[in-house]
Design a protein. Sequence first.
Length: 139
Amino acid sequence: MAQGEFTAEERAAMKDRAKEARAARGGKKGYDENDLLAKIAEMADEDREIAEAVHAAVKAGAPELTSTLWYGMPAYAKDGKILCFFQSAAKFDSRYATFGFSDEANIDQGPMWPTSWALTELTPAEEKKIVALVKKAVR
C-alpha cells in the first residue's frame, strides 16, 4: 500500500461513519442500543464475547450513557458526544480488541494517561476495571 492510501478496513470505517452522520441529519435520532446489540451479534465469537462483557460493564458503570455506533463500532455517548467505544479485533484485522475513551472522558491522570486498552479476554477483574473507569469518565 502506498503512503497516504487507506486500507479496506479504514475505508469501511469511514463509510460507516458517513452513514451514521447521514442518519443523524436525516432526522433519525441516531443509533440506539438495538443497533449496538445487532452490531455485537455480527461479530466473530471471540470478539462478541468480549463485546458483550464490555457492554454489560459499561451499562453497570454508567447506565445513563446512550448506546450508539461510531465508525461502525459499539460506542457510548454522554450528551450526544462519544465517551467510550469498543473496537473488535476483526475491525482492523488486529490481534486484539480495544476498549477506548474519547477526549470527552474524564479519565485524566496528570500530564499523561492511557486512553485505550487491549483486550484478549475479559475476566471479572477486568470487568471491574472497566466499570470503575466508566464511572470516573462520566463525572
